[in-house]
Design a protein around this ligand. Sequence first.
Ligand code: G6P
Length: 613
Amino acid sequence: MCGIVGYAGHEQAAPILLDGLEKLEYRGYDSAGVCIGDGGALRVAKAKGRLAHLSELIDGGRSLQGTIGIGHTRWATHGAPSDENSHPHIADSGKIAVVHNGIIENYLKLKEWLVGLGKRFHSETDTEVVANLIEHFYDEGFDFRMSVRKAVERIEGSYALGIMCRDYPDTLIAVKKDSPLIFGFGDGCNYIASDVPAILKYTREVCYLDDGDMVMFTASDAHFFNGAGDPVEKRPEHITWDTSAAEKGGYAHFMLKEIHEQPKAIRDTLSPRMKDGRVVLDDIRLTPEYLKSLSRVYVVACGSAYYVGVQSKYIIEKLCQLPVEPVLASEFRYADPVLGADTLVLIISQSGETADTLAALREAKARGARTLAIVNVVGSSIAKLADDVIYTWAGPEIAVATTKAYSTQLAVVDLLALYFAQCLGTLPQARYDQLYGELQQLPAKVERLLTEEVISRIQYDASRFFNNRDVFYIGRNLDSATCLEGSLKLKEIAYIHSEAYAAGELKHGPISLIEDGTLVVAIATNPALFDKTMSNVKEVKARGAEVLGLTTERFADEIAKSVDSAILTPETDPLFQPNLSIVPLQCFAYYVALMRGCDVDKPRNLAKSVTVE
Ligand code: G6P
């Protein structure tokens, strides 16, 4: 959600900014812009629509000369996507240019005040207030840095800001609170960006700015200050992953590449934590005594990560006899949750920056609960703030619709459940060993789901069903949780209305919507519940539905009697079956979206990293 890139160096800035913004396209946006400093001038080019459009307007950056600049992709919050509302925003007298990610909550009050002082506004955005506020202090006689500091003291909300001043032609300032921003140390140049891929081609030495941090930099030096305005030192961290990890590597889309990376991502996440028949979680400090003192676990997250939370309820409760409550982060933070020393709050987030999840984490800590985060991005805000962190080693995930992050989060939940059971003594050794063995085999089984044979079968199903307008995903127990994620994938990237229902709930409403040709995706992987789900399949078939079934290999013949087409997965323990079931559902959504001509990696209106409430 909104991407920022900034550069101060000796090369032409505009092509570097456009290149960086392209790497941030995955975050989701609806307009783009750059501001290039050229001697004393601040030259802005911005436009609604795709980055390619902006690039065309400025001839790939060649028509905007200058070696310093800021760039932005905007995901509209205040004001529609339009040329005027695109960033950068220039203050009324033209001295300050700003790009912003986040939301200025008190912008209306500030705007009123600034208008009263004679400032004119040209957009509906909250960001223009920041530009004018900085210019106001600058006009009062404060220098560039103090003007920014005084402005951020007045603004409430979240922000990562990249700022230029006409009178400081070699200098950029960046400041952040509750929105991600990194600083990149180059050779004779320096960078800021919302995320590492934007600058990875140019430097591997980065530091993650903390809330309140400000950096003032030129091509040759950088000065960091903390929230109190005191100078601080920042050491570069070396990024070890390769640029190829953030590129498509021959796949048509990032989503397809990331689907295929799942066996490796799950293996990388599981194997360092499974040693000699035991789960070893050196990364966290939850002792058996502490776990025994727990009366409840809340799992708090958004989107797909929340659906991992729904899965975790079934798995942890079953293996550890510990009550688990999944809660949406956007609800949790305002729900007045009852928390204390006997409550563990498990936070799940790919980006580690989701605004609601971060706020929920703060709330949980403030209320005295211990927090454990499952996060993919090292050094992200959630990773830094949680009491303990387990990283999913999925590598950078670029496609807006998550695949490998979801799979690795689920794998960590499985690991945690086994670890808790091990500490709490809730499982007989033989059952523990059996589950441990199944977990070890998961990556290889996921690999079997990505063979040419299985994929072409799914492509065939996609070609059969891609024109359906309404889809229902039904299943029981863990399968119903898998339905949530399968259905979300289809909605997100193929723009098909789709709903997930616990199969037993069908008769309490949604069955009234089933008519000739409605597609029902029925997941029935649990042997104990297979017949019950098939009864529900019969009910929808009787009302005209077409049914795509998903089950395990052993039910191949059985399911063929009830459905129009079936996808089969290898066998594993029913508790781990969701790790396998989700893969064909991701592929199905992908191929349906492709056949419908959708922009798979950058679905409309969606953002990868949702950094506003
Ligand atoms: C967005 C993404 C989803 C993701 C959700 C939570 O909606 O498109 O794929 O599940 O945010 O993001 P997080 O980074 O916290 O996992």
